[in-house]
Design a protein around this ligand. Structure first.
Ligand code: PMP
Ligand code: GLN
Length: 395
């Protein structure tokens, strides 16, 4: 790839995000958009009304730098209620412009130039850019689909070898986008042991913490030795179906949160004043809300998996998130990028090629990602189009 004029060396190679590219393709071709991850319906009415009420009540100026006090309290209550983790809302909770800002601010504030950051590869696309902006180096440990089928796994020795004297951070995403993997207790125990042994700080991205199907999400901060060395990041976008509001947060020990806040102040300073009380309302919703989010997403996962299998894909059933990864080889294709570029024309559907999330694109060349946070009608329409478009003889 040639150099992009004017762009600093830190950002060379980072073009337009795949999500923007694929959503533009969906709009241009009038395809069913199962590419970019966002739900096609609004979240709970109490949360929406709380934002409207806040706007009308004049909550429209800069909120305090760390976030409004009531949201910080609600975030601390949420961490206690679901994960039995204690945080002081004054010094250990920071509200950010989505999880994206919390991730970037963590990299910028915690890394020196040349430090290494361990990630599980593939990664959500902002990780590479955030690490690069901080002048740090991303070291990937590859997640591979096991031959038998269902979940993605890493080689524990590859993880052990990834730690070096230059390792500053480990950036963990569980539930994991794009694979849908939910890291197990045994895997998290090993990760925690290695972080403690090498005196490495963990930054965890848990934006899908409430979209987990077969077993519970486990926060790395709850593992022995980790509470003092973990910055836990999440956001309201996925849980409350308001990805456009961009209210996220970081929680952790005061010295780490103070560092992250220092960077955050000069990225956005603050954001989303009227959405902050609304997310506090959401975090305090009853268990019935959280249970119905999980059960409705699980039903959608099962529906999309069945539809993709019927259309001829090999499906890797996700354990969490709202994404399903599928292999295109049974359909006679071997290049996910070509496949996704042609899919609107072949079948009127948009998906995302998983290889863009990998450091070495060969590890994901035949995988594509579909988002199932859509109405059943939309998923059924996509399934019908895929079955007809990819198997014309049977149609
Ligand atoms: N991390 C992961 C794994 C994601 O999938 C996303 C997309 N929602 C984000 C972070 C960004 O979250 P936010 O929109 O809150 O910035
Ligand atoms: N998190 C969403 C995804 O993985 C998209 C977020 C974005 O467009 N940056 O599809």
């Amino acid at each position: 790839m040639g150099r992009t004029p004017h762009l600093s060396s830190r950002l060379q190679g980072f073009g337009t995000t795949i999500f923007a590219e694929m959503s533009a393709l969906a709009a241009k071709t009038n395809a069913v958009n199962l590419g970019q991850g966002f739900p096609d319906s609004d979240g709970p009415i109490e949360v929406l009304n709380a934002a409207v009420d806040a706007i009308q009540a004049g909550v429209n100026q800069y909120p305090p730098g760390p976030g409004i006090a009531d949201l910080r309290v609600a975030i601390a209550e949420h961490q206690k209620r679901f994960w039995k983790l204690d945080y002081d809302p004054e010094s250990e909770v920071l509200v950010t412009a989505g999880a994206t800002e919390a991730i970037a601010a963590s990299m910028l504030s915690l890394c020196e130039t040349g430090d290494e950051v361990i990630v599980f590869d593939p990664t959500y696309d902002s990780y590479g850019a955030g690490i690069s902006l901080a002048g740090a180096i991303m070291k990937g440990v590859v997640l591979r689909p096991p031959p038998s089928g269902t979940t993605f796994e890493f080689d524990p020795d590859e993880l052990r070898r990834a730690f070096s004297p230059k390792t500053r951070l480990l950036l963990l995403n569980s539930p994991h986008n794009p694979t849908g993997k939910v890291f197990t207790e045994a895997e998290l125990t090993l990760i925690a042991e290695l972080c403690c042994q090498h005196d490495v700080i963990a930054v965890t991205d848990e934006v899908y913490e409430h979209i987990v199907f077969e077993r519970s999400h486990l926060p790395l901060a709850a593992f022995p030795g980790m509470s003092d060395r973990t910055v836990t990041i999440s956001s309201g976008g996925k849980t409350f179906s308001c990805t456009g509001w961009k209210i996220g947060w970081a929680v952790g020990p005061a010295p780490l949160i103070t560092a992250v806040r220092t960077a955050k102040q000069f990225l956005t300073f603050v954001n989303g004043a009227p959405f902050q009380p609304a997310i506090a309302t959401g975090l305090r919703l009853g268990d019935d809300f959280y249970q119905s989010l999980t059960s409705s997403m699980k039903a959608k996962r099962d529906l999309l998996s069945d539809l993709l299998e019927a259309a001829g894909f090999e499906v890797f059933q996700p354990e969490g998130t709202y994404f399903t990864t599928a292999d295109i080889r049974p359909l006679g294709f071997d290049n996910g990028v070509d496949f996704c570029l042609r899919l609107p024309e072949m079948a009127g559907v948009v998906a995302v090629p998983s290889e863009v999330f990998y450091q070495d694109s060969r590890n994901g060349a035949t995988l594509v990602r579909f988002c199932f946070a859509k109405s059943d009608q939309t998923l059924l329409e996509a399934g019908r189009r895929l079955a007809d478009g990819l198997n014309p003889a049977s149609g």
